[in-house]
Every structure is written in C-alpha cells, then in structure tokens.
Design a protein around this ligand. Structure first.
Ligand code: NAD
Length: 484
C-alpha cells in the first residue's frame, strides 16, 4: 500500500518539500502509520515567505470588505466540509469525534469574528490637538506573518490567528504540528477550492528546521506560537533577538477548586470533560483537583464513580468520551509520570496503566488515572503531564487553593465550583491565571475574547484572538496635520 506524503502549499499550488527527511503520521487508536510528513527546511520556508511577500502589496490594497467577503466564502466552504475535517482530525489526533466537531466549530467562529474588520480595524482622530492642527491614527497591515502550531488542536489553533492576519491585509505562512498535519492539509484543500489570490496563504510542513527558518527570515514580521513552555520561551527570545512581533502561548498546570457548597451533581459532567476530554491533552484541561473542606471524601467517591462510567475507545465511535493519547512516545511519557507519582508516595486510587480497549490492542491508550493525597511539592503536582491523570490535592481553605495555583510554574487557567459569589471574587481577584472558569471545567474564551494565560503560560502581551488581536496584526500610523 502506498503511503500519502504531505505536500506544502505555496503560491496557490501543492508542491513537494525539498527535504529528504520524513516523519511518520500515526493513527493513535490503531497504532498504525497512515501517512508521511516532510521535515522541511529553510529553503521551503524561503519559497513560502517569498510568495507571501510578493502577494502582499496587492492583498494590502484589496479593500478590507472584499477580504472579509472571501472569508465569508471560506466559512461557507468549511461548513460544507465540516464533518470531513472533524473526521480527519479524530483519525490523526485520536480525540472523540464530538470534541473534533467542537474544535472545528471554534475554528469557524474565528472567521466569523474576523469579518468584523470594518469596526475592529478602525483608527481614531482628534481635531485641534493644538490651534488649527488635527491628528488621526490609521491601522496598517505589516507584511508576512507566520504561525507555529501544537498537536493537540490541529484544526482550531492556527485559526486563532490566520483569519485576523488575512482580513487586516497581511499574508501568511503556517507550519502545522508535524504530528498531525493531515487536518490542515484537508483545510488547505478547501482554501484551494475557494481560491485565495496566489501566495496570500501558504503552508510549510516540518519540524525544528522550518521553525528556525521562520524565526530567522528577515521578511517575516511576526510570529504566533502555541505549544509547550520551553518552546514558547525559545520562540519568544528568538523573535525578540530578530525584532519580530511575537505572541507565544505555552503549557499549563490547571487547578480546579471544589468548594463545600458546590453543586456537584450538576457540575460533574463538565468536571469529567475537564480532566479526561481530549485524553487530558488540552492546555485548559484540569490537572489538579482541589476539594476544599470536610466534604472531600464524598466528592471524591462520586468523581471516581463518574470517571469509571466514562467510555474509553475509538474517537470515531459516537459513544466514546475519551480516546487514546497522540503517540507511543507520549503514552510512555504519561505512564512515566504515573510511576513518579507512586514513587513520591501519592495514593493511586484509579490505575490507568496497562489499559486495553477491545478491538484496539495497539492503541496508544492511557486509562483514566486518579491520585489522592498529592502534596504540592510532588512532581505530579508541579509538571505538565498532558494526559488523563488527576492529582487530588485536598485543601482546607480557598486561600490554600489560591496559594497552590499561584505557586505553580504555569498560570494558564483555573476553575472554581461554588455557588458563593465571595469565593468567586476571591478567585478572580487573586489567582494568577489569565482564564478563570466558574462552574465551568474548561475556561475557553470565545473568539471575541482573548485566549491566553499569564506567567510561563504566555510570553508576549497580545493573546490569541479577541479584540486585541487586530492590534497584533496592524501597526499604527499617526498623522499630525495643519494647512496654511
Ligand atoms: P511543542 O512545543 O512540542 O511543539 C509545538 C510546535 O513547536 C510544533 O510545531 C513543533 O514542531 C515546534 N517545536 C517543538 N520543539 C521545538 C524546538 N525545540 N525548536 C523549534 N521548534 C520546536 O508542543 P506540542 O507537544 O505540540 O503541544 C502541546 C503543548 O502545547 C502543551 O504544553 C500545551 O499546554 C500547549 N498548548 C498551549 C495552548 C495555550 O493556549 N497556551 C494551547 C494548546 C496547546
């Protein structure tokens, strides 16, 4: 059987990479190789950036409304291919099909928000800043921008940026995650059918060499990165050194507080999704569960029972709640954290090791895993595991939980389950993370709010999507004028 090799999309055409190094793409539920991806190089990047730079002047002069109309057409085309994109996503990434659908929906919502360019890109003006002198501010696009994407949301994450970059008049180069490039490949087939002007949007497959090619390229004005914290920091520093704009979103260690007055019954489905949805591979996944006060035993009993009732299996099966993790290497990494938790003395009350699913003996599964009596200094309470592993840290007061949150190395998201407004205010006011959920297990901002954490979860100041992203993709020009 011949294996499909991913191509790059440059200047409106599908082209082969010039590399001779390739990586495998896996179906994680079958544990089978399904395609191959070129680990491209700086020559590939240069071709794509050149195409984007050449397309820029004409695209910039295209009125924003005309650019938005093209995005409307793209949205319609994505709606038509919605189910197919979601299926490709589940096949290469492993998540449950409904989660893939949710992800594709969120991707499209960013296009919808971006089409508001006529209000979001406006400047402002002021008469008589001095006698007879007026001043005005314009927002202008800057040229070529690029995105470097992670593996856990292969459809959505690049589209936190692309529609805004394009609608404001910039041109673009995307590097998808080399672990899951098939989803964007499918998305670019749709882009190709809709017919953007050549060179306006390009895609280069690859790994570190492509990233470094982007970071070093003098014609790339800015980079949007999403991935793990060490890479996020590296990207941020390199962009600083080469004078590029950068927004660099990193890893997470999210804590979910359960207050004594929480409506546990109503909240349980969202708690289960928080910790186990996407097999724990979300930057917003709950990782530490912190029940507060006396009722912890009863709560934990219910949480464990609900976890056991969850169906783990093939993401394409509509009844599956949790699929495998993305790769064999990641499965081994998550399992090593479970061993670490045991070594450091946490109580393993639900063991996801040696987990098998009927019909999928080679799948990269890690079963739902719960540790009780975890202490803040244990490795499993400090590092990002990025798998279906829950660390329960029993806490006496909300202040203890906030202290726990604010002493982690990450500050992406935190959640609180309570009916008490004072407790909510305390959390909002004192907790460091940039995204807070109240009786919500995954505090995911919609496209019209900014997405991003604080501290080591976010390098830069302008986050993903939201109103402010229009500023990331435009520079200001101020005019001061008088006439004699
Ligand atoms: P990753 O950092 O390994 O890879 C992300 C991208 O960077 C990939 O495209 C990869 O090719 C590239 N890359 C990796 N190492 C590199 C290196 N040394 N030099 C240059 N480029 C490199 O991240 P991942 O494993 O793909 O994604 C999971 C991580 O992403 C988790 O830490 C998760 O929390 C984070 N994430 C964060 C957010 C957020 O909003 N903050 C959203 C999604 C994912």
């Amino acid at each position: 059987m011949s294996i499909t090799v991913m191509k790059n999309y440059i200047n409106g055409e599908w082209v082969d990479s010039s590399t001779d190094t390739f990586g495998d793409i896996w179906n994680p539920v079958l544990g089978e190789k399904i395609a191959s991806v070129p680990y491209g190089n700086s020559q590939d990047v240069d071709l794509a950036v050149k195409a984007a730079a050449e397309a820029y002047p004409e695209w910039r002069e295209t009125p924003p409304l005309a650019r938005a109309r093209l995005l409307f057409r793209l949205k319609e085309a994505f709606e038509e291919e919605f189910e197919d994109i979601a299926r490709v996503l589940t096949i290469e990434q492993g998540k449950a099909i409904d989660e893939s659908r949710g992800e594709v929906r969120r991707m499209i919502e960013n296009i919808e928000h971006a089409t508001g360019v006529t209000t979001m890109m406006t400047g402002y003006c002021f008469e008589d800043i001095a006698r007879g002198i007026d001043s005005s501010l314009y927002r202008q696009p800057m040229g070529v921008f690029a995105c470097i994407a992670p593996y856990n949301f292969p459809a959505m994450v690049p589209w936190w940026f692309i529609p805004y970059a394009l609608v404001t008049g910039n041109t673009y180069v995307l590097k998808p995650s080399e672990q899951v490039p098939m989803t964007q490949n499918r998305i670019f087939e749709v882009i190709d059918e809709v017919g953007f002007p050549e060179g306006v949007i390009n895609m280069v497959n690859g790994s570190r060499d492509v990233v470094n090619g982007i970071l070093d390229h003098p014609d790339v004005q800015g980079v949007s990165f999403v991935g793990s914290t060490p890479t996020a920091q590296y990207i941020y520093e390199r962009c600083g050194a080469t004078g590029k704009r950068v927004q660099s979103l990193g890893g997470a260690k999210n804590i979910v507080a359960i207050m004594p007055d929480a409506n546990v019954e109503a909240g349980m489905p969202s708690l289960i999704t928080s910790f186990f949805g996407c097999a724990g591979q979300r930057c917003l996944s709950g990782s530490i569960l912190a029940p507060v006060g006396e009722g912890a035993d009863a709560f934990i009993e219910k949480f464990v029972a609900s976890t056991k009732a969850m169906k783990v299996g093939n993401g394409l099966d509509e009844t599956t709640a949790m699929g495998p993790v993305v790769s064999k290497a990641h499965q081994e990494r998550v399992l090593s954290y479970i061993e670490k938790g045991l070594e450091e003395g946490a109580d393993l009350i639900l063991d996801g090791r040696n987990f098998t699913v009927d019909g999928y003996p080679e799948g990269f599964f890690v079963g739902p895993t719960i540790f009780d009596n975890v202490t803040p200094d244990m490795t499993i309470a400090k590092e990002e595991i990025f798998g279906p592993v829950v660390s329960i840290v029993r806490s006496k007061t909300l202040d203890d939980v906030i202290e726990l949150i604010n002493t982690r190395d990450f500050a992406n998201a935190a959640c609180i389950y309570t009916q008490n407004a004072k407790a909510v205010r305390e959390m909002r006011y004192k907790a460091a993370p940039g995204m807070i959920g109240v009786n919500i297990g995954i505090a995911a901002p919609m496209s019209f709010f900014p997405f991003g954490g604080s501290g080591n979860s976010m390098f830069g100041d302008i986050k993903g999507h939201g109103r402010e992203i229009f500023q990331f993709f435009t520079d200001t020009k101020v005019l001061i004028e008088r006439y004699f």
